[in-house]
Structure formats: C-alpha cells, structure tokens
Design a protein around this ligand. Structure first.
Ligand code: AMP
Ligand code: ZN
Length: 199
C-alpha cells in the first residue's frame, strides 16, 4: 500500500475483468522489479525489492518473474513457487539475525503482480501513517505466507475474502501487535511502539 495513496485501493486487474493500462499506478511493481536502486536479490525465478514506501525499518517485496497477477490466479502446482519465495525470504532474514519479520500477503492487494511482503515488526517508519496501513499488516487482512501455501496445497486455490470483509478489517479499532494497548489514534500508537523496540 503506497503512502502516496491515502486510502486502500484495489488494483483494477485484481477486481474486475479489465486489466489496468501499462503505466497505471497499480502496475508500478513491474517497473520497480527492474530498478537497480530497489533490487536486493534476483535469480531466474524471482526478484526481491525494497518496498518503495516501507511501513517498517525493513520492508521487502518478493515478486515472481513469471506473470501472476494475484493470489486468485494461482494454481495448485504453483504452491512450490510460493514455497520457494518464502524460502528466499528466510535466507534474506538470516542476514538480519536480530530482526523479527513476518511474511505474508495482503488479502486484497492494491498493486498488480503477486508480491509477498517481508516486513520487520518494529513498524518504525514515516511511511506508516494511517489506520488502514496498520490494520493491513496487523489483522487477518495480512495472510501468513505459510497459511496461503497450505490453502493452495489443500484446496487447489487461495481463499481470500470479500472486499466488504476486507474493508471491515482495515477499519477495525487500532490495537498494538505486542500488547493489549488500544490507542485512540496513529500518533499515540507510533509513540507506544517505541516501548517494544530494543534498538
Ligand atoms: P499491497 O498491494 O497492498 O499488498 O501493497 C503494495 C506494496 O507496494 C505497498 O507496501 C507499497 O508501499 C508498495 N509500493 C507501491 N508502489 C510501489 C512501487 N512503485 N515500487 C515498489 N513498491 C511499491
Ligand atoms: Zn504494545
């Protein structure tokens, strides 16, 4: 979710039959996949880039090189690709032994082309501004990579959620991911988060 976008927007290609035009904001990852300033790792199957609007100190996106618009487009046999993407995350995480990460997908992504978020749990970033940003990573809107892989293996498809259910999650009251604190607003939450950061 880009900070330049104040509200959560779903990419046209993921929600309707009409794919977004080349150059549309929702196609931005396709450009960033080739941006040497953003690329962290690359091999024949995937690219790992830095998120352009990171919501934490470490926020990477793992993007397959083959065209997979979103989770819904995945076929059972592609669970192996998802497993490979997750394995590459774990490999990258080993370079940051003191950093806690989560790995997962937004249930209703804004950007086209499948991307796995690898995000550190400090959530210390100026780009993290809104309740929707927070809830997209800290409610069931954030689908754990492992759960997504299991679902694809067992059911042959990834079950996500309806846009209405997604909106409800993004609109939930704020709640700290580490304790019971329920702040009234984002500035209070951001201030509180420093208590959980060991630096
Ligand atoms: P989502 O589609 O909601 O799973 O999230 C898309 C992610 O891509 C967000 O974390 C954004 O900050 C990030 N993002 C948006 N535009 C770009 C871009 N052009 N290059 C790299 N990352 C981007
Ligand atoms: Zn807390």
């Amino acid at each position: 979710m880009a900070t330049s976008t104040p509200t959560k927007r779903a990419a046209p290609s993921s929600t309707s039959q009409r794919p977004a035009k080349k150059g549309h904001w929702s196609q931005g990852l396709l450009e960033s996949m080739n941006d040497p300033n953003l690329i962290v790792e690359s091999d024949e199957r995937l690219v790992i880039i830095k998120d352009k609007y990171p919501k934490a100190r470490y926020h990477f996106l793992v993007i397959p090189k083959i065209n997979v618009p979103n989770l819904k487009a995945l076929k059972r046999e592609q669970s192996e690709l998802l497993r490979y993407m997750q394995d590459q995350c774990h490999l990258l995480a080993s370079k940051y032994p003191h950093v806690e990460f989560r790995y997962g997908y937004h249930a209703i992504p804004s950007m086209s082309q499948l991307h796995l978020h690898m995000i550190s749990q400090d959530f210390d970033s100026p780009c993290l501004k809104t309740k929707r940003h927070w809830n997209s990573f800290n409610t069931k809107y954030f689908l754990d990579s492992e759960d997504v892989i299991r679902c694809l293996e067992e059911r042959g498809m990834v079950v996500t959620m309806t846009p209405i259910a997604g909106e409800k999650l993004l609109d939930q009251p704020l709640k700290c991911h580490k304790c019971i604190y329920s702040p009234q607003n984002m500035p209070k939450l951001k201030q509180h988060l420093y208590k959980h950061i060991n630096n």
